[in-house]
Design a binder for this molecule. Structure first.
Ligand code: UDP
Length: 501
């Protein structure tokens, strides 16, 4: 009858399945994209391993997630007692992808009607980490569109993509490549004399001819190494995806993006994602104050209080990300260099930072004594907040892509000591292209550390600080209303909607 309210069935929104590679940096940035899609009214199922899920539940408040968001878990096949850092962990993750994750994923999608639920449609679109090509296979088989999200920089992606061209031109492989799989073997490299070969330029990566050297080439292992083959094969399959999302912005990597677009015309650069999420939340008058922490580890917030006591731009923040493992010798060199520089520093010394000795404090007592007044260490820091703190004036980093973007957005100049994978090329761009920092590259001795820290932290405006401020402004513009990343995200959401009709 007329009195009854007519039942209007609003169509359910698109349902996006997001599937990251199970490492901190990948999960972190893909969770930010997930929140952004939820803010736009989409439903998101976020797939993580059971191990990662329990770490996130323990350390990052789940109640802060958006209404359209939910987690689903999948086994990663790795025994819980195994160490979750270093290249050993990477190898394990890669091999269990093939043996455990791939069949489980297939089973999950096929048997549960594409993860549909009471109030959600079956998955209408997948956003998969750009190293999981078995998702492309399944998408093609079942008719589900798959968009790729590659969590590295455009410059690293492009240099991987050009490997066949380098092989053809005879620029790859080079002999020293045998040692480049592992940061730990740098000393062997130099003792063998092969280290000198690393200055030879690499000329066949379009857009990088002027400055790319062998030592800047992404380190993913030597030729016969399965990890190398994995990254290469996965990268070359990218054009099979419906589109490619990158966590970067046009003003930062524009020239490289044009090259990528010749292979992947449907490109969405939506970064820096952490700043993008903050900006969109603010536009909706929602706060983002630490509600969106995606840490696998307990954040030690006491360092923010310590920073409060320090003068503006006086502190060097030191962190090597979630994955890197270093030798005791390297750690001791850094420590001496930092102490001798005379500058204040905040150092993230993860319990598993040092090779082989979980949990044990690796630092000599006399060194600890020497740094009490100027140094502060934590096991894990709220990094975005630390970089935004006015007392921080520099960042000694491993050049992981998330850390690099966070530093750029905060306008903090860097000293780079890259470890592996994309980090080698990122650090080259920091020093030679963007000119926002120094690249230590393969060197690790206390004198170099001391000198670089002094150079970077000298009072007064230096060139790096100026360019860093300029780039920070461009980053913030990119994610503001009308900016390039802002418009690209809107386009991505529109495209997901039309794929989901
Ligand atoms: N991070 C953090 N606290 C720390 C160290 C790192 O929150 O003490 C975060 C950092 O903000 C970044 C991520 O961990 O988002 C590390 O990612 P990145 O790509 O820089 O390096 P990876 O860990 O993948 O090597």
């Amino acid at each position: 009858s007329m009195e009854e309210h007519p039942q209007v069935d609003l169509p359910l929104p698109p349902h996006v399945l997001i599937f990251p590679f199970q490492a901190q940096g990948h999960v972190n940035s893909m969770l930010k994209l997930a929140e952004l899609l939820c803010l736009a009214g989409l439903h998101v199922t976020f797939l993580v391993s059971e191990a990662v899920h329990s770490l996130l539940l323990r350390h990052s408040p789940a109640h802060s997630r958006s209404p359209g968001f939910r987690f689903r878990t999948i086994s990663d096949g790795i025994p819980p007692e195994h160490r979750r850092s270093g290249t050993g962990h990477l190898k394990e993750l890669l091999s269990s992808l093939r043996t455990t994750v791939k069949p489980l994923f297939r089973e999950m999608i096929v048997s549960s009607n594409r993860l549909s639920g009471e109030d959600r449609r079956p998955v209408t679109c997948v956003v998969a980490d750009g190293v999981l090509s078995f998702v492309l296979d399944l998408g093609e088989e079942l008719g589900i569109p798959v968009i790729y999200f590659r969590t590295i920089s455009a410059c690293a992606f492009w240099s991987y993509f050009c490997i066949p061209k380098l092989l053809e031109a005879g620029e790859l492989p080079f002999q020293a490549l045998l040692y480049l799989s592992d940061k730990l073997s740098d000393s062997i490299l130099y003792e063998s004399g092969l280290g000198n070969d690393l200055d030879v330029p690499i000329e066949h990566v379009p857009g990088m001819k002027e400055f790319l050297r062998r030592r800047d080439f992404p380190r993913i292992g030597d030729w016969g190494n399965p990890d190398f083959q994995f990254v290469l094969t996965e990268t070359l399959q990218t054009p099979r995806a419906q589109g490619l999302i990158l966590n970067t912005f046009e003003d930062l990597e524009g020239p490289i993006l044009s090259h990528i677009q010749t292979q992947m015309p449907n490109l969405y650069t939506v970064g820096p994602l952490h700043a993008h999420l903050k900006a969109r939340l603010a536009a909706k008058l929602m706060s983002s104050s630490s509600t969106y922490s995606n840490s696998f580890r307990e954040e030690d917030r006491s360092c923010l209080t310590w920073l409060d006591t320090k003068p503006a731009r006086s502190v060097l923040y030191v962190s090597f990300g979630s994955f890197m493992v270093m030798t005791r010798d390297q750690l001791i060199e850094f420590w001496h260099g930092l102490v001798n520089s005379g500058k204040s520093f905040l150092w993230v010394t993860r319990s598993d930072l040092m090779d082989g000795q979980d949990g044990e404090s690796p630092i000599q007592t006399d060194l600890l004594e020497a740094t009490k007044e100027r140094g502060y260490t934590v096991g894990w820091a709220p990094q975005e907040e630390v970089l935004a703190h006015p007392s921080v004036g520099g960042f000694l980093t491993h050049s992981g892509w998330n850390s690099t973007l966070e530093s750029i957005e905060a306008g903090v100049q860097m000293i780079c000591w890259p470890y592996f994978a994309d980090q080698q090329v990122n650090s080259r761009f920091v020093s030679e292209v963007w000119k926002i920092g120094l690249d230590m590259k393969d060197i690790c001795d206390r004198l170099t550390v001391e000198k670089m820290v002094r150079d970077l932290m000298e009072v007064g405006e230096n060139e790096f600080a100026k360019s860093a401020n300029r780039m920070a402004e461009l980053a913030r513009n990119a994610v503001s209303d009308g900016g390039s990343s802002y418009c690209n995200l809107d386009r991505l959401i529109e495209d997901i909607r039309s794929m989901s009709l």
